[in-house]
Ligand binder design. Structure first.
Ligand code: APR
Length: 226
């Protein structure tokens, strides 16, 4: 039986692929208002502004490349039963070769209708414009979980964390709930490791490894593979 590993990742993992985080010095929510750009209210007030913001993020994420930390995570599958639970909306885990990825905050590469059916469409790096409609005739929006909306796959994610022999948290400030509460589901006897540039409060039982993910993760994962 392969040991079970769960990776909980955040935007810090994709920072060295050129994609911004949210709360660091140059983070998105330091430069923009999440109320205007990532909330149902902001969408109602000015959908054009919201679409422009996500069109720019989508185009940038679509041309970004996975880094050595993404690739190290994918390499784990050679010896472990790996589930990636990510808050990231880019496709860099999949591009690096990870085959089981749960996106709890949605995906930039998809659009969805705003009608009851919430039809979902793969759009890769393409823009969404005002007037782009789903086949129910409703305006398309980014398939992203905004503040105040329901986080996806949480029950499955919690079960995977609770069953994991090893839990590796990378590149997240653990400041957004309920995703941040997933660390509490980790077993006492599981190996628990957290990598970030800095961390105000390291969750109980986690060993903290400070530093850039591209330097820290390949080292940890090489040891686990050995
Ligand atoms: N290597 C490792 N960690 C890094 C790196 C790096 N190169 N660069 C930054 N970090 C760390 C920071 O120290 C910080 O702890 O990544 C974390 C980024 O935290 P946030 O900006 O808060 O991003 P994240 O935790 O992903 O945000 C969670 O908030 O805005 C919402 O929906 C959005 O999914 C997002 C959620």
């Amino acid at each position: 039986m392969k040991q079970k590993v769960v990776i909980l990742s955040g935007s810090g993992l994709s920072a060295e692929s050129g994609l911004p985080t949210f709360r660091d010095a140059a983070g998105l929510w330091r430069q923009h208002s999440w109320q205007d750009l990532a909330s149902p209210e902001g969408w109602r007030k000015n959908p054009g502004l919201v679409l422009e913001f996500y069109n720019e993020r989508r185009a940038r994420a679509w041309t970004a490349a996975p880094n050595s930390a993404h690739r190290a995570i994918a390499a784990l599958e050679s010896a472990y039963d790996v589930i990636v639970v990510t808050q990231n909306v880019d496709a860099l885990h999949e591009r690096a070769g990870s085959t089981r990825v749960l996106h709890v905050h949605g995906e930039l590469a998809f659009a969805r209708g705003t009608g009851p059916a919430r039809r979902r469409y793969r759009i890769d790096g393409a823009p969404i414009n005002i007037g782009d409609l789903c086949d129910e005739g409703t305006q398309l929006r980014p398939d992203i979980v905004w503040f105040g909306e329901e986080t996806q796959h949480m029950e499955a994610a919690r079960d995977y964390v609770a069953a994991a022999d090893k839990v590796l948290v990378v590149g997240t400030s653990l400041s957004v709930y309920p995703a941040a509460s997933l660390v509490d589901a980790a077993r006492d006897d599981a190996v628990k490791v957290l990598n970030s540039l800095e961390m105000e409060a390291v969750p109980q039982g986690f060993a903290f490894h400070a530093g850039p993910a591209t330097r820290v993760l390949p080292r940890i994962i090489e040891e686990w593979l050995r």
